[in-house]
Design a protein around this ligand. Structure first.
Ligand code: TYD
Ligand code: MG
Length: 566
């Protein structure tokens, strides 16, 4: 496989001669010498050109790298010619640059505005990518309904008829007199409409369905998408109109074909979610006007997309307390902290029926990460699931890439393996290293604050996390092993009548560092030694605590956590 970013775009040998598809004289050819616009196919890896499409580059041996582009027959490359053609801008002192017209215009879709840092900036180009059917058109129609109360909006429906869009707008309640619809796919016609309407915002839905008639490549190909987008970028800058481009993503997650678009535009937003779940996540992966840390969370409803004001509450709504293999993870996405349930299921395969490579499946978590965490659990915490099927998932249909979820995954697997549930009031976060260590993650304060808000009282956190806010007790751990011991001990409290004795749980941490964020309400002053803790474990387990005193609690059968179901 070629590593070219163009690999995502299906190669398509041209059927017509370059330029043959060109309907005469559209505005799309602007800026090119009228009669002599020719296209050439160029290898995106090494730059070799050819007058016809080839699948294999004879110069660099790359496959599927030839992309059509315009060949300017009379380039003016001399310095004097370039200087003569240089125009418009004049250098000014940086402090004198006028930024007044760059203030963002709110769209009235609060989550979109949050991600954009206020709204759409005039003259900016925004690309919104997402899988087909995820809700990009819905989101934009709602946003344009808001913007059309402030100025004229031109919505170019290149995929749907005007009737379809109108019916949807009716349902969304965004019928506005200044929201103008046009159903066009020819970039020249789009430019003509912009010229005629002079809108303040243009939406092109989608960039993959508009085409430049003078390129023989199919609509949606890299050449078409790149050429059409760059024309629209020039239009945005030239007229100070905000342009929003919709782009479908391919299976591998890249914006179909046009990775090239990402550097052309000012802002790249991704709209994600599982089509079978209502939650939609909006992120900025590139934003030239504000930070990319904000996360937008919305719910797809019969009335369109609605903001999720309490994402953690919503994601935890269906959680069944007291079930083994379920852990609440305090995660962050960008700057936003969200509590999510991580679940694991460990199915022990009996004797001969055990497969050599038992099945592992992950949903919402990277499968490689799951494999890594299983190896760490086995090597450093004595939890061996090598002859069991292991399933792990994050509830809600959202893909997690926060390393802080590691510790929750580990705790969920260990809980599933032992059949022992964790207490209801416990959240977990921390990154797990290959050495079995628990590493710090960013925004520990936000994670803990969110946990407090939702009524959680204890958190297993990396040892060096900052002070916990009032209302929650930080159980600091250095290793995965230690975390499981804390989970196991805490669990015993939970099994007694459902409520948790935080005082007891708090004693599970290393008493030596004295930085447990303990607010003092639980009576733990950090002076209690390991002996005392083990003794109580033993009591609660109903086992002989003296045997525990001779060795530290282990999650592999001698502590609360077994390597198999007991
Ligand atoms: P759409 O915005 O067309 O997706 P995209 O433009 O990303 O391809 O949304 C498609 C889905 O959203 C469709 O399956 C129906 C659903 N939907 C709702 O559930 N509620 C609504 O109000 C609307 C407009 C769409
Ligand atoms: Mg759409």
């Amino acid at each position: 496989m070629s590593s070219s970013p163009l690999a995502a775009d299906p190669p398509r040998p041209p059927r017509a001669a370059p330029g043959a598809g060109g309907a005469a004289g559209t505005a799309a050819g602007r800026g090119k010498s009228k009669a002599k616009v020719r296209s050439v196919f160029r290898c995106s890896e090494c730059g070799t050109s050819s007058h016809r499409w080839v699948g294999h580059c004879s110069a660099c041996s790359a496959w599927n790298t030839y992309v059509e582009e315009f060949d300017d027959p009379s380039p003016s490359t001399g310095a004097s010619a370039l200087r003569a053609s240089a125009t418009s801008d004049t250098p000014v002192a940086i402090s004198e640059v006028d930024v007044a017209e760059w203030s963002a215009v709110p769209t009235s879709v609060s989550e979109l505005d949050r991600v954009l840092g206020g709204g759409l900036v005039p003259g900016s180009v925004t690309l919104i990518g997402g899988e087909p059917g995820i809700g990009k058109s819905t989101l934009l129609l709602q946003a344009m309904g808001g913007l059309a109360t402030r100025g004229t909006v031109l919505y170019v429906a290149a995929e749907e008829s005007k009737q379809q869009v109108r019916l949807r707008a009716e349902r969304l309640g965004t019928l506005r007199p200044r929201l103008l619809l046009v159903s066009e796919t020819d970039i020249g016609s789009v430019l003509a409409h912009i010229e005629a309407v002079k809108p303040s915002v243009v939406v092109v839905d989608s960039i993959q369905t508009v085409h430049h008639p003078q390129l023989s490549s199919a609509p949606g190909s890299v050449a078409q998408v790149r050429e059409c987008a760059s024309i629209l970028v020039q239009e945005a800058k030239g007229r100070n109109v905000s342009v929003v481009l919709v782009g479908h993503v391919t299976k591998d997650g890249s914006l179909a074909g046009p990775r090239v678009l990402e550097h052309l535009v000012d802002t790249v937003l991704t709209f994600e979610g599982d089509r079978h779940h209502a939650v939609r996540v909006l992120r900025a992966v590139k934003h030239r006007y504000a930070g990319t840390g904000e996360l937008g969370l919305m719910e797809m409803t019969g009335l369109g997309l609605l903001p999720i004001d309490d994402p953690s509450g919503m994601l935890l709504a269906d959680r069944r307390p007291g079930v083994s293999g379920s852990v609440v993870a305090a995660l962050t996405d960008g700057n936003r902290a969200v509590l999510q349930e991580v679940q694991a299921l460990v199915v022990r395969l009996a004797g001969d029926t055990g497969a050599k490579f038992p099945r592992r499946a992950a949903e919402g978590i990277d499968a490689n990460r799951l494999a890594l965490l299983l190896a760490v659990l086995r090597q450093h915490a004595g939890v061996d699931a090598s002859s069991s099927e292991v399933y792990a998932s994050v509830v809600g249909g959202v893909q997690i890439d926060d390393p802080g979820a590691d510790l929750a995954v580990v705790a969920a697997i260990a809980s599933a393996q032992s059949g022992k549930p964790l207490p209801d009031d416990l959240v977990v976060f921390g990154e797990v290293g290959l050495g079995g260590e628990v590493r710090q993650v960013q925004h520990a304060d936000r994670r803990l604050a969110e946990a407090v808000r939702l009524g959680f009282r204890r958190a297993i956190v990396p040892k060096l996390s900052p002070e916990a806010p009032p209302g929650i007790q930080a159980l600091r751990v250095e290793t995965v092993h230690e975390a499981l011991v804390v989970c196991g001990s805490a669990n015993l409290g939970a099994r007694r009548g459902g409520s948790v004795d935080t005082g007891r749980a708090s004693t599970r941490r290393d008493p030596n560092d004295g930085r447990d964020g303990n607010d003092g309400r639980d009576g733990n002053d950090g002076r209690e030694g390991r002996e005392g803790r083990e003794g109580r474990d033993g009591d609660r387990d109903g086992r002989d605590d003296r045997s525990r005193r001779s060795s530290p609690p282990r999650p592999d059968g001698r502590g609360g956590w077994e390597s198999g179901r007991s």
